[in-house]
Design a protein around this ligand. Sequence first.
Ligand SMILES: Nc1ncnc2c1ncn2[C@@H]1O[C@H](COP(=O)(O)OP(=O)(O)O)[C@@H](O)[C@H]1O
Ligand SMILES: [Mg+2]
Length: 259
Amino acid sequence: MSGLLTTENLSLKIGHRLLLDNINLQLKPGDVVALIGPNGAGKSTLLRTLTGFQPPSSGHVALNGKNLANWPSEALSRQRAVMRQQSTMAFSWSVEEVIAMGRAPWPSESTDNVVSQVMLLTGCDALKGRDFCQLSGGEQQRVQLARALVQLWHDDIPRGWLFLDEPTSALDLYHQQHLLRLLKRLAAMGELSVCVVLHDLNLAALWADSIVLLHQGRVVANGTPDQVLEEHTLQRWYQADLRVFRHPEHPVPQVGLRQ
Ligand SMILES: Nc1ncnc2c1ncn2[C@@H]1O[C@H](COP(=O)(O)OP(=O)(O)O)[C@@H](O)[C@H]1O
Ligand SMILES: [Mg+2]
């Protein structure tokens, strides 16, 4: 089971700017947690800090009760994987080579089997043999998801914490739904926890177990989709003219802009 991920009085100051302001979170294992908030709220910065790539200036992040700063890097790579917002490759790599890079923390384990299994799951089998650099933005996102999943693959299923920064931003409707259904299904197996930055609040409402709303580096709302995706809360923090209504088929809120 992936462990509990907590932050305690987490702050990050760069120059004179306070990018994260006293963040206290407890992210439950097995959940899909969505990070939302307006542009520049600090979502990507928080993700970098939660994954250990950006040390905080005060406070700390702990995984399984142990400060991230004290985790040996290879052990941490087996426990959490990150799909970033943008990724560039300096050289030409095939899709399968890029995905296989995710196996680096598992040098003594088989790779081919895991890579082909995850390529099927993520729909990357259709991209086999293609040059990663020549793929569309959405196709590259699918490959990056596969790379992150093979990194967490162990004893037949993905285990640990998967972090994704706007993984659906370049995906069409079919692939948005496919990705979120897949994440939910993998999390439901009980060993994978997911923390995902989402711009689309309607996707967050449908698939997240809990939602954290950030604004100017602070957590301003945190709870179930119904608690966070509340009309006044969203109007206040997004400064947008919007309405919240019920989904026609599921017991979740949906957000619509007014004309
Ligand atoms: N290394 C940095 N130095 C200074 N400011 C930064 C740095 N990284 C991000 N920021 C600023 O921090 C704020 C939050 O950025 P980011 O986390 O990327 O926001 P989000 O992902 O919510 O859109 C932005 O105003 C951004 O310009
Ligand atoms: Mg961002």
